[in-house]
Write a protein that binds this ligand. Structure first.
Ligand SMILES: Nc1ncnc2c1ncn2[C@@H]1O[C@H](COP(=O)(O)OP(=O)(O)OP(=O)(O)O)[C@@H](O)[C@H]1O
Ligand SMILES: [Mg+2]
Length: 329
């Protein structure tokens, strides 16, 4: 079925006769999801749970209300609201469009009221404003919760962002086992409290040795691509098991170290797909390209390397990704 993710009629065609309808992105408007749910379409996750990934303001408010650790934030409707928050927390602050952002788009570091005014032009209903946090590192925890209530968690990974975009996903995360346990408990508890079904990715900040919830994604997520080769059950299989209410698969890692590096369109606009052969010369490199049109700065694929040593696996994955992007290293 070809159609638009925002068109009710197309989605009704898609849903007709389906055992379950699930998601690969957050682009179906909440109002459309509510209509489908009212039609009786079995949606997994539910529109209410999905809204936690679709609207950053809603997610901050709800997670805070449920008692989960979130950064200090305010819903700012005017540059004066932003300045008042900054007077308390200090400039710069981080402003975020509540809806539609990804890969750092819709997120801006604001140095003053003019920057705030510019971001607010794109968001008449207001933006989320947070302190610009000093991050020790960023983590991601992938959990899966089935429609029968069974839940499992994958090992915690470290994610490395450049220019607001996730570039590296590293297992194991170099953190204290106690912090990893805390991250698992937090993610499983969020899945339960919001009634997530399917895979849930929980993006976490580590700031001053504390975990803060950044964002949720209720679908297979970039931070889980390492599981394709790196875990007994890939996140894609796990998602389907979970939304079907089938038994969940093992989440054990398949190697002591797994590194996944995103492949991003290079500035010259050339297509990494033309350089697959040279990247495959890197021992152990597993290359995934998504078939998207090459544009500078666009995520076009990823490389995963498994090994015994985290630094060696990362170095090889970085090398293969660099070759795909047309660089030597
Ligand atoms: N308050 C903050 N303080 C410091 N850095 C931040 C803050 N908020 C976001 N960032 C940085 O910007 C990145 C992107 O932010 P966020 O995850 O909110 O946006 P996004 O573009 O929706 O991301 P995604 O591509 O994961 O959907 C974060 O991973 C983090 O590196
Ligand atoms: Mg994010």
């Amino acid at each position: 079925v070809l159609g638009s993710a925002a068109e009710l009629a197309d989605l009704r065609t898609l849903a007709a006769g389906a055992d379950v309808v699930t998601f690969d992105h957050e682009g179906v408007p909440p109002e459309v999801l509510a209509t489908l749910a009212a039609d009786g379409v079995p949606l997994a996750p539910s529109p209410e749970a999905q809204l936690m990934a679709q609207d950053k303001l809603h997610a901050r408010v709800e997670l805070g209300r449920l008692g989960f650790p979130v950064p200090p934030f305010v819903h700012a409707r005017t540059p004066r609201d932003v300045a008042a928050f900054a007077a308390e927390h200090g400039w710069p602050v981080v402003g975020k469009l509540p809806r539609g952002g990804y890969d750092g788009r819709g997120v801006a570091v604001l140095d003053g009221a003019p920057g705030a005014a510019e971001l607010l032009r794109d968001a008449p209903a207001g933006i989320v404003v947070e302190p610009h946090l000093a991050l020790d590192r960023e983590l991601a925890v992938l959990v899966a919760r089935s429609t029968s209530g069974e839940a499992v968690a994958y090992p915690v990974v470290e994610t490395v962002q450049r220019d607001g975009m996730c570039r590296e996903i590293l297992f194991p995360a170099p953190i204290d086992p106690l912090l990893a346990d805390e991250a698992h408990a937090l993610a499983l508890s969020i899945a339960e409290e919001i009634g997530a079904t399917g895979v849930l990715a929980v993006e976490l900040f580590v700031s001053e040795d504390r975990l803060l919830v950044n964002e949720l994604a209720l679908r297979p997520h970039n931070s889980g691509h390492w599981t394709i080769e790196g875990a007994s059950t890939s996140q894609f299989e796990q998602h389907l098991r979970a939304v079907l209410g089938w038994p969940l698969g093992d989440t054990d890692p398949t190697a002591p170290a797994v590194a996944t590096i995103n492949v991003v369109g290079p500035p010259d606009g050339t297509d990494p797909a033309t350089r697959v052969a040279v990247a495959l010369g890197v021992p152990g490199a597993r290359v995934h390209l998504y078939g998207k049109a090459a544009r500078p700065g666009r995520k076009l694929g990823h490389v995963t390397v498994r090994g015994d040593d985290p630094a060696a696996a990362r170095a090889r994955a970085l090398q293969a990704a660099a070759l795909l992007e047309g660089r030597d290293s």
